[in-house]
Design a binder for this molecule. Structure first.
Ligand SMILES: NC(=O)c1ccc[n+]([C@@H]2O[C@H](COP(=O)([O-])OP(=O)(O)OC[C@H]3O[C@@H](n4cnc5c(N)ncnc54)[C@H](O)[C@@H]3O)[C@@H](O)[C@H]2O)c1
Length: 381
């Protein structure tokens, strides 16, 4: 992530320093960033008059001097609270005037900022993978973040050509939280025997306009990685039932079926790492199909499959809106830009119809499908 963010910063005209304590990671990241920038320059995609440079040690005087002149430092170190706190303590001492941003996906920005000498200079700047391609940046205000620091982070994200959205410092922010039901509801349907993973994937892609089906996505990300994120979000939430990790994933991880990287996950990959082509004619850009088209295309169970996923996505968007995690427009933009979804969660609710979404969820009568108060209000008109 660090190399990708450095590439993006540099190609949008920011003089950029890249630091990593591991020389291999530092120079590997620098090489990747520079060669991508050079390719872009050759193709005329951008002209670069600024530079990206590597700094290896935060102890050496010349490097500290260069670091001290930075306006913004973006941290993308491993996802460990104590490591990040220690790093922010040093960064605050090295660059006392800079805004310090963390790219954390799941830790509390407020908790990380407690490590800095001036917590008001710390904000969250959550980029999506790969940073040069994904347009979304979640700007997260910790309890102590100053308005000035948030403004700097927002301005830089805009100058990087990204769309910044403002997210409250809360579990999974907007993106990783609202993405939960896409995989979790699909895993529930698989466990119930409602449909096979192939049917669910095809329905999501062909009928829902998602760029990938949930099981293809889990195989791509790595089922172990996706399961670890699910466990972390569930634990940090204090056990929100609808975020309980799936036993299907737990079993696959225990069996070593991790997805593409291990040759087998939900699908089989005879050549490890092989790229699996989507169905011919499906490019992920399709509009969402209406019910008649969908049932004609993918069989009788398809509206039910897509209806449950869409209702649960809309429901999570409503919980996020009700808990003031972000504005309605920002919640939708986050999922379109950060995950390439065809519609954001609230847009899914509109598309489905709020009373229909409620009618899909209510009969379950369980915690996992319990409708959000905001969804009930929207359904009541
Ligand atoms: N991978 C993703 O898709 C993704 C997406 C969004 C956000 N993030 C977040 O970005 C951060 C980095 O994730 P990643 O996937 O790039 O991890 P990674 O393990 O690939 O990279 C982390 C890098 O940090 C370096 N590092 C270790 N200690 C350090 C220190 N004290 N100071 C500076 N660098 C140090 C490591 O050498 C390594 O090169 C995490 O907070 C993660 O949650 C990741």
């Amino acid at each position: 992530m660090g190399a990708g963010i450095a590439q993006l910063a540099c190609q949008t005209g920011h003089r950029t320093l890249l630091h990593d304590p591991e020389p291999r990671a530092l120079f590997g990241g620098l090489d990747r960033a520079v060669s991508s920038i050079e390719k872009g320059v050759k193709r005329g995609r951008w002209s670069v008059d600024e530079s990206v440079a590597a700094i290896g040690r935060l102890e050496a005087a010349p490097e500290l001097e260069r670091m001290a002149r930075c306006d913004l430092v973006i941290e993308a170190a491993p996802e460990e609270l104590e490591l990040k706190r220690g790093l922010f303590a040093r960064l605050g001492a090295v660059a006392p005037e800079a805004v310090l941003a963390t790219n954390t996906s799941s830790l509390s920005v407020t908790a990380i900022a407690k490590g800095a000498p001036r917590p008001e200079q710390v904000v969250g700047m959550h980029f999506f993978n790969p940073p040069p391609a994904m347009k979304l940046v979640e700007i997260v205000a910790g309890e102590d973040s100053s308005a000035a620091a948030l403004e700097v982070a927002t301005g830089v994200a805009e100058r990087m050509g990204r769309t910044p959205i403002r997210a409250r410092d809360s579990v999974g922010f907007v993106g990783n939280r609202c993405a939960r039901p896409f995989t979790l509801e699909s895993l529930r349907m698989l466990e119930e025997g409602l449909a096979s993973h192939e049917e669910i994937d095809r329905t999501c892609r062909v009928g829902g306009g998602f760029p990938m089906g949930p099981f293809e996505l889990m195989d791509l990300i790595g089922i172990d990685v996706n399961y670890a994120v699910a466990c972390s979000i569930y634990e940090q939430s204090g056990g929100v039932e609808r975020w309980r990790p799936s036993r299907v994933q737990e079993r696959l991880v225990a069996e070593g079926r991790l997805g593409r990287k291990s040759g087998r996950g939900f699908y089989e990959y005879p050549d490890v790492g092989e790229h699996r082509e989507p169905d011919p004619g499906v490019d992920g850009e399709r509009p969402v199909l209406d019910e008649d088209e969908l049932s004609g295309l993918a069989g009788r169970g398809a509206p039910e499959i897509l209806g449950r996923i869409a209702a649960q996505i809309a429901n999570e968007g409503c919980f996020a809106l009700g808990e003031r995690v972000a504005s309605r427009g920002d919640i939708d933009a986050a999922m379109r830009l950060g995950f390439n979804w065809p519609l954001g969660p609230l847009e899914w609710g509109e598309r489905l119809g709020w009373s229909r979404a409620l009618a899909i969820l209510e009969p379950f009568g369980d915690e996992e499908h319990s409708p959000a108060p905001t969804l009930r209000e929207l359904a009541a008109g």
